[in-house]
Design a protein around this ligand. Structure first.
Ligand SMILES: [Zn+2]
Length: 260
């Protein structure tokens, strides 16, 4: 499940990855009619955020799931914790009500591709189609556009990260803490790994499609909160403007600017 290679550490340190010289021109891809997000950040990729503020990002991949995601949302609400959901476009399309609930409860949506392919094996045109169609589905569903993308399996080359950043101003977010919950090592093990890896700026990976992962979340949250760490969304951890339309300027397909 690796393929991460040498991943750049976060924040402004990652800006060095950005290079127009390396970005190749990409075959024309039909542009979705959704509004384009004005460029608000300059981070090509990150696996953690360099910060001393006692905050972490809990991230949940591969949903929404019809039972487990609502169950997780109930738990997060109990602890007043915010998270980021890297959704698969096909699942987002299938469960729009859960998507709307995620956003209504103050969580963030990230792009985890349309069909969960190994992006490193795809050409740029197909990569952008996976990303664009998911952006469009999220926009159509919740009226907001993700500002981060997480590659399935972490499989995405630095050249592709640069390409995505140059072409779409999307930052690639991987993770700094991997509890390997998909291997189902047991509820306590997953919770313990999440807590032990939690430190200021950590990005914690989990999957809300697995029941045992959801069962681990209360124990993980208790441990994280006991360490004085606040679970926040990716945009909050990065001190970016809110990911959604509120307060951000968009340019619609017609070029008309408005505030979402
Ligand atoms: Zn995934």
């Amino acid at each position: 499940m690796s393929g991460l290679g040498a991943m750049c550490l976060a924040g402004t340190a990652s800006v060095g990855l950005s290079s127009t010289a390396q970005a190749q021109s990409v075959p024309a891809v039909p542009q979705p009619p959704m509004p384009r997000l004005a460029r608000t950040h300059e981070v090509v990729s990150l696996n953690a955020v360099q910060t001393t503020r006692p905050r972490v990002a809990l991230t949940f991949d591969d949903g929404p799931h019809p039972q487990n995601t609502p169950w997780l949302l109930d738990i997060l609400a109990q602890y007043n914790a915010k998270a980021t959901f890297f959704v698969i476009g096909r699942n987002a399309q299938r469960y729009p009500e859960i998507m709307r609930r995620i956003v209504a409860e103050g969580h963030e949506i990230g792009n985890h591709t349309l069909t969960h392919p190994v992006l490193a094996q795809l050409g740029d045109g197909n990569v952008l189609r996976e990303i664009d169609r998911t952006q469009q589905i999220v926009w159509d569903t919740v009226g907001a556009v993700p500002v981060t993308m997480r590659p399935p399996y972490g499989s995405f080359s630095h050249r592709q990260m640069n390409m995505l950043f140059q072409q779409r101003n999307l930052s690639t977010v991987v993770w700094s803490v991997d509890p390997q919950d998909w291997r189902r090592p047991g509820v306590s093990v997953v919770a313990d790994r999440m807590v032990r890896g939690a430190r200021p700026g950590a990005v914690i990976l989990a999957h809300d499609i697995h029941g045992p992962t959801i069962r681990a979340v209360p124990q993980a949250l208790q441990g994280i909160l006991a360490r004085g760490l606040e679970p926040v969304t990716m945009s909050d951890l990065l001190a970016w403007p809110h990911w959604g339309p509120r307060g951000l300027r968009y340019v619609s397909a017609s070029g008309h600017q408005h505030r979402g």
